[in-house]
Design a protein around this ligand. Structure first.
Ligand code: AMP
Ligand code: ZN
Ligand code: FE
Ligand code: FE
Length: 285
């Protein structure tokens, strides 16, 4: 039994529908999956049903963009209450900011006399949580770029002319937001940015886990983060970060997390859920 706890669907910048992803994971022999779309949990109900139909365990997840002393980091959330209204409100705020960023990037392109309409990007994205890959797709569709890579290289990569920085919330706020909704907080792909010196601070802020297994982590990097997780008493998670066909080949299947880590994650989710119930009760009485 193994798991993939980092998957994107078409509710953000992945290309698979939840049902397609569940089917693919099932075909590959996974026993447990979590979807972690950027700033949205809209795919969770459909994924939950699709997993149940196939006898797979499902964990609701999300990926938040956060900041720590100027460094962009990604925080994965798991096991929160999907009905938590303040949490859902926060997601809607993040989505509004994402949509405005698309308009800003399109405005930059228009200033360069590239005729692209924000509404075309939104239509292609067909979701509330659009991102740069959708702008890239629109540029390809309009015949302005040959492929997504060219769109990023010419326009969308950091410091390229149409790039607009992404808004980020302080890391401790992302962690608190997840805890208040009864979820756990995990630092995503720590090998993709140098956050090691900040780990103690994140742990003090309540960070629960470290995504040690990730498609882009070499075996030695994985070992490094496994030892850091042990040193800081953090849970271990892992996932492929599959985006479907948005980034070349779909990566689902490239990371197979041992189920013992899922058991520990579920225990922490139960603990965070109980803490949330206690807080709700103490504010009511
Ligand atoms: P955003 O969240 O809007 O800043 O967009 C980030 C997404 O764009 C991530 O999923 C990246 O992996 C993806 N991305 C970055 N560079 C490229 C590229 N050269 N080709 C395709 N996707 C990319
Ligand atoms: Zn993404
Ligand atoms: Fe990420
Ligand atoms: Fe991701």
């Amino acid at each position: 039994m193994f798991a993939d706890l980092h998957l994107h669907t078409r509710f953000s910048d992945g290309t698979f529908a939840p049902e397609e992803l569940a089917e693919e994971a099932h075909r590959l022999g996974f026993g447990c999956v979590a979807i972690t779309d950027h700033d949205t949990v809209e795919g969770c109900p459909a994924m939950s049903r699709a997993c149940a139909e196939r006898g797979m365990e499902f964990i609701p997840g999300v990926e938040l963009t956060a900041e720590l002393e100027g460094l962009e980091i990604h925080i994965l959330g798991y096991g929160f209450d999907l009905q938590d209204e303040p949490f859902l409100q926060a997601m809607r705020r993040f989505q509004t900011v994402r949509q405005q960023r698309i308009r800003d990037m399109v405005a930059r392109l228009n200033e360069m006399n590239i005729p692209l309409e924000a509404d075309r990007v939104f239509a292609l994205a067909n979701c509330r949580s659009p991102g740069r890959p959708h702008v890239a797709r629109a540029l390809v569709e309009a015949g302005i770029c040959r492929d997504l890579d060219e769109a990023f290289e010419r326009f969308l990569k950091k410091h390229r002319p149409a790039w607009v920085p992404k808004s980020r919330i302080p890391a401790h706020e992302a962690i608190a937001l997840l805890h208040r909704a009864g979820g756990v907080a995990v630092l995503a792909h720590p090998g993709l940015y140098y956050a090691d010196p900040h780990l103690p601070e994140l742990v003090r802020a309540g960070l629960d886990g470290l995504e040690c297994f990730h498609t882009k982590h070499s075996p030695s990097l994985t070992e490094h983060y496994l030892s850091l997780a042990a040193r800081h008493g953090l849970l271990v998670t892992g996932g492929s970060d599959c985006h479907g066909y948005n980034k070349g080949q779909p990566l689902v299947g490239s990371v197979r997390l041992a189920h013992e880590f899922v058991v520990q994650l579920q225990a922490r989710i139960a603990q965070r859920t109980a803490e949330r119930q206690q807080k709700l009760h103490s504010t009511l009485s």
